[in-house]
Ligand binder design. Structure first.
Ligand SMILES: Nc1ncnc2c1ncn2[C@@H]1O[C@H](COP(=O)(O)OP(=O)(O)O)[C@@H](O)[C@H]1O
Ligand SMILES: [Mg+2]
Length: 253
């Protein structure tokens, strides 16, 4: 993996906060920037896998690594998880119940960690606990890396929005993006799209600057040193990959 490549983990201990929505839309945003993108589905619910299966071949490609699936017979996990050689953005859709060794493996893989948060009291409380646990985790303390909170499903100028703003100001991690609560995200998910694909939709276009800002923030972060075991990933569906092996993608364990 070259020095400009990035592995981005999207994670929060709470289901429904927008991990898959952020991961898939981020993959699309990077694909539109001409990046070679792999989306790693770490969640047994397989939502990113389903999303990728719906995605039309004519759109900017996103390769899928179904890391939640057990390897097939005669296939090692390393072989199953090989990445296309040219990939320079790897987005990992982490699952809500990642604990202990699972969480450790995910953290070791990441250059940048994104934590989506919904603006409700319950989500803010749970998210605060998750972020504290993350920042004090042994793996994280040994090799700190950039963490950004994403305020998701925000309805501007509401009381819950104000609560979220206050909470984010108190946290020692930056709020790096805000996405609106918009039905366009559910519409996009149905068809394997990201809002960046939906050029004819006004609601989608309104969201585009926030996605561009997020890719810029990620790209500006220093890359963590490669750590952990060298594991490789193979795409389920990838445009033009010749299946070469990559020796420097420590992605899943
Ligand atoms: N910004 C948003 N606006 C509207 N709906 C959203 C937004 N983000 C996520 N959703 C919806 O919320 C639900 C849960 O999102 P999802 O990404 O599947 O969460 P997770 O992966 O964390 O479980 C989905 O139905 C999704 O379409
Ligand atoms: Mg999900």
């Amino acid at each position: 993996m070259d020095s400009t490549a990035r592995r981005i983990l999207v994670i929060n201990g709470k289901g429904g906060c927008g991990k898959t929505t952020i991961a898939t839309n981020l993959a699309v945003a990077y694909a539109h920037e001409g990046r070679s993108v792999a989306l790693v589905d770490n969640d047994p619910q397989a939502s990113s896998t389903y999303w990728c299966e719906q995605r039309d071949e004519s759109l900017p490609p996103v390769s899928l690594i179904a890391a939640h699936e057990p390897p097939k017979m005669y296939q090692t996990q390393t072989f199953r998880n090989r990445l296309p050689p040219e990939v320079d953005r790897v987005i990992i859709d982490g699952h809500s119940n990642a604990r202990d060794r699972d969480l450790e493996a995910l953290l070791k893989q990441a250059d940048v960690i994104l934590v989506p948060l919904l603006p409700s009291s319950i989500d803010i409380r749970a998210g605060g606990r998750f972020i504290t646990n993350l920042l004090t985790h042994r793996v994280f303390r040994n090799a700190p890396r950039p963490v950004g909170v994403i305020a998701n499903r925000v309805q501007p100028n509401t009381e819950t929005h104000a609560k979220l703003e206050h909470f984010l100001q108190c946290l020692d991690v930056p709020a790096v993006a805000t996405f609106r609560d918009s039905p366009v995200y559910a519409t996009a998910a149905e068809d394997g799209l990201g809002v960046m694909d939906m050029k004819d939709c006004r609601a989608a276009r309104k969201e585009n600057p926030a996605w561009r800002e997020l890719t810029r923030w990620i790209d500006d972060q220093p890359k963590a040193g490669l750590s952990g075991r060298n594991l490789r990933m193979r795409p389920r569906r990838s445009a033009g990959t010749d299946g070469k092996r990559l020796d420097d993608h420590p992605l899943t364990a």
